[in-house]
Design a protein around this ligand. Structure first.
Ligand SMILES: Nc1ncnc2c1ncn2[C@@H]1O[C@H](COP(=O)(O)OP(=O)(O)O)[C@@H](O)[C@H]1O
Ligand code: SF4
Ligand SMILES: [Mg+2]
Length: 367
């Protein structure tokens, strides 16, 4: 099969997103474009295409990780889900409710059901508030429980995240980095949210502490059956925590699948490149490792290139890649990829890397 045949085959399979009954969060066609500067000649407004057509579903009780390099639009996606970013287009359904149309009091009431854990455990805590009051704050804001019930809940949460009862009286500066993130987690869980959005929750912590916090999040998620949207630039961290994974590149999802499928066989050349940066080599990943070393930076999200956004860095691009944008499509059940040249052939998925290796154009470790 020539590359042209493969490309034609890829076009014939449409991207289909069927909402599933156990979906908690459903994001469709999400776009967030930020205006920058004043309009130039002819009134043309420059825009940053931070998020540029993102679709995903997050199921009840599961953790979906969104992974990608800095600037790929992860935080903006997380903020959009929290209704903290101005949406340019798209819809966000949460537990059947269209969040996109909610404002004011109606939105405030819904907020108890989705909470956020910030990247920086230092700046996200009020330095003048005692730890117990920090964790109690969401309950007070939402008017949940009597003072005695709130106190009981705060004590339970301190115990849940591994903080001592007497630490409720301390101020944030008296806590270590890991303890402050535990405090952030306790605060996020205070209202028993169905969804917890975590934006790089361990990236500001030492590696040893990262593992403790990840284990804590994993345990909480399993025990309480909440859904997590977990944002990270770090593939090793994501591997530890996710059930499903979506890889973002320049404002779009380029691959989306289950943890097992993705880590045993990443299909998109960019995902393979990200995996190459993971120091640990386990089982099925050896094939992928060392094959692509990512060079250069992504193009500007202001002046987007035509065609595949990864083409400028893709070692296996073809001429068509710079003309036509690949759509995110299901190549095998549950595993979606946006690459013209990833296709199922006779029951087997073949990637452009496979073809290049088979044709002798590339060898392991030379890209
Ligand atoms: N408020 C804003 N105004 C203009 N550009 C923004 C704004 N917020 C984010 N961006 C830009 O949007 C892109 C995506 O940013 P972000 O969502 O923070 O990415 P990530 O979290 O993956 O690092 C970046 O190019 C960033 O500079
Ligand atoms: S990832 Fe590479 S091969 Fe696939 S469509 Fe983009 S440029 Fe082409
Ligand atoms: Mg970010």
């Amino acid at each position: 099969m020539t590359s042209v045949d493969v490309f034609e085959q890829s076009k014939s399979v449409e991207s289909v997103f069927v909402p599933q009954p156990d979906t908690l969060l459903s994001v469709k066609g999400l776009k967030v474009h930020f205006d920058i500067g004043r309009p130039g000649l002819g009134g043309v407004q420059k825009k940053v295409h931070a998020v540029d057509g993102v679709d995903f579903d997050l199921l009840h009780g599961r953790t979906l990780a969104i992974v990608g390099e800095s600037g790929s639009g992860k935080t903006t996606t997380a903020f959009s889900v929290m209704r903290l970013a101005p949406l340019t287009a798209g819809t966000i359904h949460f537990d059947g409710i269209d969040l996109t149309g909610l404002e004011g009091e109606a939105l405030r009431r819904q907020r108890r059901h989705f909470q956020f854990i910030f990247q920086d455990p230092y700046s996200s805590l009020n330095p003048r508030q005692r730890a117990g009051d920090i964790v109690r704050m969401p309950l007070s804001l939402q008017g949940i429980g009597s003072p005695a019930e709130q106190q009981q809940k705060v004590s339970e949460l301190f115990s849940l995240v591994g903080l001592r009862e007497d630490q409720q009286m301390q101020f944030p500066h008296q806590f270590s980095g890991g303890q402050r993130q535990r405090l952030n987690i306790a605060r996020a869980l205070a209202t028993d949210p169905q969804l917890v959005v975590c934006d790089e929750p361990v990236s500001a912590l030492d590696v040893a502490i990262q593992a403790q916090i990840l284990n804590l999040l994993r345990r909480i998620q399993k025990e309480r059956g909440q859904s997590f949207l977990f944002i990270s630039h770090d593939m090793a961290v994501v591997e530890h925590i996710c059930d499903d994974i979506a890889v973002m590149y320049l404002g779009q999802i380029v691959e989306h699948g289950s943890r097992e499928d993705f880590f045993s066989r990443p299909l998109h050349p960019y995902s393979v490149a990200l995996m190459s940066a993971v120091p640990t080599v386990v089982g099925g990943r050896e094939r992928a490792l060392n094959r692509i070393r990512l060079k250069g930076d992504p193009p500007s999200p202001i002046n987007l290139p035509m065609g595949c956004r990864f083409a400028g860095r893709c070692p296996v691009k073809q001429a068509v890649c710079e003309k036509e944008s690949p759509v995110l499509r299901e190549v095998v059940p549950g595993h979606k990829v946006a690459c013209h040249f990833v296709n199922a052939e006779g029951g087997q998925v073949v990637t452009p890397l496979d073809r290049q290796v088979a044709n002798g154009y590339i060898r392991e470790g030379v890209l």
